[in-house]
Write a protein that binds this ligand. Structure first.
Ligand code: AMP
Ligand code: MG
Length: 412
């Protein structure tokens, strides 16, 4: 039996980022970009107006106030998207809209609010500073500047920037396909009302949702009977995917054949059993070079094991470097006891109360109590040697989602 840390180290040594694929930027949100993006052009491409008003020569407006107003001749109208055809000379102005390119000769824009238009003349009631109300070429992005760095996770702002630069397609890391199979003679498919002795295969669904949450692609292989020949066949089908996950059949029961089959048809079984609860009977190996996670069958164990070992692996395959869940320190709202020897992941509900994080356990911690995962938003991590948490003491909580950072009321 090995520690969680050693198991993770062994597992992660087998995962590297996959190759790149070219995608439309609209499919890029959440993906990791696999190339540096340099700006092929300035943004804005030319000096343009930040206001609706009049493009002027600032020198003409020197000393002008409300009382000593100045009359300028309007020589042109420049709506956004149109380029001026005339140069602004002394005592001339052009009507200009926000975003329109500044005409030659002009070096400031006077806001409409500080002017009065009468026919072909505009009266200016203020003096303009040089460059006032002008957005300069390249003030947002300079040509050849590095704007989106290789390895960054694309967010809406990045997608917008890529669009502004005319990059409709970019290279991102591929998504791994993940074969999911459940084992057990007691399992029936979701559409069947389970007869006595049978249960619905829910693990395939929680696993598929976890795979999707990581951005990877689940491939549903269904249920395998607890027979070696059945397992072998399913594993062979699974070889077409990038990663294989099985659930169940890795304990010490009479029909737990997964690890035997891994040993027989696989060329490597790296380890079996991790000093953790839930999730002790975990086997990790590979079949013909395809990594295989033999996860335990209990509905909570399978999800917690996925969180600790599969999630970081799938994220790394997609080029992510921040592959681990965030942990926080919280005050435990109750006493809790365990035996020494294993690292425990205790399902908990964390809330923010008066500026402090408070963690409460979800109650019964049995590895078959799936409802504990439904209510939890975090896992209190209790180390191997620890045996008790005292009410009011500080605990480490691994967050399972970002619910702690979402709010039902305005936070400012
Ligand atoms: P095993 O590790 O195969 O002994 O499975 C342990 C227990 O987990 C079984 O007794 C079932 O109650 C439960 N279990 C196993 N596989 C599944 C599954 N696919 N969906 C829901 N529960 C399962
Ligand atoms: Mg079983």
């Amino acid at each position: 039996m090995i520690s969680v840390e050693k198991a993770l180290e062994t597992i992660l040594a087998n995962f590297r980022p996959l190759g790149l694929e070219k995608i439309n930027i609209l499919d890029g949100r959440g993906r990791v970009i696999g190339e540096d993006i340099f700006a092929p052009r300035n943004i804005p491409s030319a000096d343009n107006s930040a206001m609706d008003g009049y493009a002027v020569r600032y020198a003409d407006t020197k000393g002008v106030t409300k009382d000593t107003s100045l009359k300028l001749k309007i020589i042109e109208d420049i709506p956004a998207g149109k380029v001026a055809s005339k140069k602004i000379n002394k005592n001339e102005a052009a009507r200009i809209m926000t975003g329109a390119v500044i005409p030659e000769g002009a070096d400031a824009v006077v806001r409409q609010e500080d002017t009065l238009k009468e026919g072909k003349t505009v009266t200016i009631y203020t003096s303009a500073k040089k460059g006032e109300n002008i957005r300069f070429a390249g003030e947002d992005v300079q040509r050849d500047e590095l704007v989106v760095k290789k390895g960054s996770v694309l967010r809406p702002a990045d997608i917008g920037m890529l669009a502004a630069l005319g990059k409709a397609f970019v290279n991102v890391y591929q998504k791994p396909s993940v074969a999911i199979m459940s084992t057990g003679d007691e399992l029936v498919d979701i559409e069947i009302d389970p007869p006595p002795g049978k249960i619905v295969n829910s693990n395939s669904y929680s696993l598929a949702a976890q795979v999707l949450e990581c951005g990877a692609i689940p491939v549903m292989l269904g249920i395998s009977k607890d027979k070696k020949i059945d397992l072998q066949e399913k594993f062979k089908t699974a070889l077409h995917s990038d990663v294989i996950i099985s659930s169940g059949g890795v304990s010490v029961g009479d029909f737990d054949f997964v690890k035997n089959v891994m040993g027989e048809i696989g060329n490597a079984m790296h380890f079996w059993q991790v000093a953790m609860r839930p999730g002790k009977p975990l086997a990790f190996g590979s079949i013909e070079g395809v990594p295989l996670f033999g996860l335990p069958g209990n509905p909570v164990s399978v999800m917690v094991s996925f969180e600790q070992f599969v999630r970081p692996s799938l994220l790394r395959m997609q080029g992510h470097t921040k592959i681990f869940r965030q942990t926080i320190k919280a005050i435990c709202a109750e006493d809790f006891q365990k035996q020494a020897g294993f690292k425990h992941f205790i399902r908990a509900i964390v809330k923010k109360e008066k500026g402090k994080y408070i963690a409460t356990t979800t109650g019964d911690q049995g590895s078959g109590i799936l409802k504990s995962m439904v209510t939890a938003n975090g896992l209190i991590v209790m180390r191997e040697h620890e045996t008790r948490i005292k009410k009011g003491s500080e605990v480490t909580v691994q967050l399972l989602d970002n619910s702690l950072f979402q709010s039902d009321s305005l936070q400012f």
